[in-house]
Ligand binder design. Structure first.
Ligand code: GTP
Ligand code: MG
Length: 215
């Protein structure tokens, strides 16, 4: 799928504040610093569209980007950022939780996991919670440029096995590296599968000779 245009639309603090839209929406969530904003820039091919920082907690709002004037990518703040208070963490969970579970045009939630880590409780619990709520979910293991193939395989296996042993169904799994530009094609095609069909099906051109009209 071609990304022909990608524009920042607006920011919101919670569900109430989100733009009224019936466009299919695809949201990116995960721990602070996992690479959500970088991945949105990779998918759109526009560096700097979503703000990236090596300091965790950069994205603080729900940011909407309109793609090809027909669907949206949503960059969410990260969870598990150590430097926010417990109250702020709870506020975050409530605001983002409402968005994730109640946004009607949200077609898929991409949960990003740092491929360097052993399974972390906060990620496992977050995925279990989304599964419980029957939310549409795909996992993306990020920063694969930082691990070898066997390490990646080992960490993915340990993660999915831990989910399974906790009674959680394993979601679809993809991987990415924003640094090495990997994973873009598969992520975009997973989005494309959820877009309404038909718009690209051009009407057949009917070729009628009008020669008989000439006098
Ligand atoms: P918050 O908004 O703070 O929650 O972070 P985020 O999840 O949006 O992460 P962001 O995209 O801002 O990236 C965090 C840091 O990781 C930055 O220093 C990025 O350059 C780096 N980073 C992101 N993706 C990759 C990747 O695929 N490979 C490598 N090596 N670094 C990456
Ligand atoms: Mg961010």
């Amino acid at each position: 799928m071609n990304v022909k245009s990608a524009k920042f639309l607006t920011s919101a603090t919670g569900l109430e504040d989100c733009p009224k839209s019936s466009m299919p929406e695809f949201a990116f969530i995960g721990r602070s610093n996992v690479g959500k904003s970088s991945l949105i820039n990779l998918l759109t091919g526009k560096q700097g569209l979503a703000k990236v920082s090596s300091t965790p907690g950069k994205t603080k709002l729900i940011n909407f980007f309109t793609i090809n004037d027909s669907w949206s990518l949503v960059d969410l703040p990260g969870y598990g950022y150590a430097r926010v208070s417990k109250g702020e963490q709870e506020g975050f969970t409530e605001l983002i939780g409402d968005y994730l579970l109640e946004r009607e045009n949200l077609k898929q939630i991409y949960v990003l996991i740092d491929s360097r880590n052993e399974p972390m409780q906060i990620d496992l619990e977050f995925i279990a919670w989304l599964r419980e709520a029957d939310a549409p979910l795909t996992i993306i293991f990020t920063k694969v440029d930082k691990v070898s193939m066997p390490e990646l395989q080992g960490n993915v296996n340990r993660f999915t096995q831990t989910l399974e042993s906790g009674g959680v169904d394993i979601p679809k799994v993809l991987s990415s590296s924003s640094k090495d530009k990997l994973g873009r094609g598969l992520i975009l095609s997973s989005i494309q599968k959820l877009l309404p069909k038909g718009k690209s099906a051009k009407k057949k051109k009917v070729n009628i000779s009008l020669g008989w009209m000439k006098k």
